[in-house]
Design a protein around this ligand. Structure first.
Ligand code: ADP
Length: 267
């Protein structure tokens, strides 16, 4: 039995392989002791770790675990998923939208970090809480799905008011930039505020990603990370914005387990 574990800032992702079968599970990072108890039940299992809390988890478990660098593990996991999906890519960007966002360029068998942004899943949770007082992740994302950010965000077309625009009118000119224009007539709901926060995160993540894609001449941006879980709105924003900016988005099913799968495969 083999375990690949990515102990991240918010979530611990676990891939278990046994008799050719692969299963996925996740825990909150605050539940690291629970994960250690699980591993204590299988002292003979082979264990591979990665992520910021890997060394701490190692101190709690009986196995002498293999450890790999998070970026190498994630890359290996993505390559494994892409092979299995029969969707090999030669020159691409991958963007891991976790607690924060990390952006990487891949050419052949080599990956290098191309940048990142503090806009990511942690910002959705933190800003979401500040705007609405809601701390439960599933409640927050379900509420955001009902929101509308049309009266909150300023689009290019709003500035040009029917005139010919030099760039597509549907592009956001200023996230939250329409509020002072609409505040007298509009009641913003918690759902609307959350939708606008997710819009800002999604558009920031996409903008940084496509700049990297342009710099490296890549056509595809592969998006992974737990921030897309139960958050169709974020996925939609990122997908549409990537297409609008002229690139091809690709989402991998179970992609948030890339680090966990990758460290297992590197073992
Ligand atoms: P990390 O490796 O930094 O923990 P992840 O890829 O696991 O990053 O993504 C963490 C983000 O996933 C959170 O910031 C949040 O937006 C989102 N998320 C998805 N499911 C949950 C959940 N059940 N509880 C908390 N956050 C979740």
């Amino acid at each position: 039995m083999k375990f690949g574990i990515d102990a991240g800032g918010t979530l611990i992702k676990i891939v278990k392989e046994e008799n050719g079968e692969r299963t996925f599970s996740k825990y909150l990072s605050t539940e690291v002791e629970t994960v250690a108890e699980l591993l204590q039940q299988y002292p003979d299992a082979e264990v591979a770790l990665t992520g910021g809390k890997a060394t701490y988890l190692q101190s709690l478990i009986p196995q002498d675990a293999f450890q790999s660098i998070e970026f190498d593990a994630t890359f290996k996991g993505i390559q494994t998923f892409l092979e299995q999906l029969n969707h090999p890519l030669e020159n691409y960007i991958f963007t891991n939208v976790g607690t924060g966002t990390s952006i990487h360029h891949v050419k052949g068998e080599v990956q290098e970090r191309a940048g990142g942004t503090g806009a990511g899943g942690g910002m959705i949770q933190g800003l979401g809480y500040l705007l609405t007082g809601e701390a439960d992740y599933e409640t927050l994302t379900a509420l955001a799905a009902k929101g509308d950010r049309d009266d909150i965000d300023l689009k290019v077309k709003h500035i040009y008011k029917g005139d010919k625009t030099p760039i597509p009118g549907e592009l956001t000119a200023a996230n939250f930039g329409r509020v002072l224009h609409t505040k007298e007539t509009v009641q913003y709901t918690d759902a609307d505020k959350l939708a606008a926060a997710i819009g800002a995160v999604g558009e920031t993540v996409t903008t940084v990603s496509i700049h990297a894609a342009r710099e490296f001449g890549a056509e595809y941006v592969v998006y992974i990370g737990s921030s897309f879980l139960s958050n169709e709105l974020l996925k939609k924003v990122v997908m549409n914005y990537t297409v609008l900016r002229g690139f091809k988005p690709y989402f991998i099913e179970n992609g948030e387990y890339s680090g966990a799968l990758g460290t297992l495969k590197l073992m």
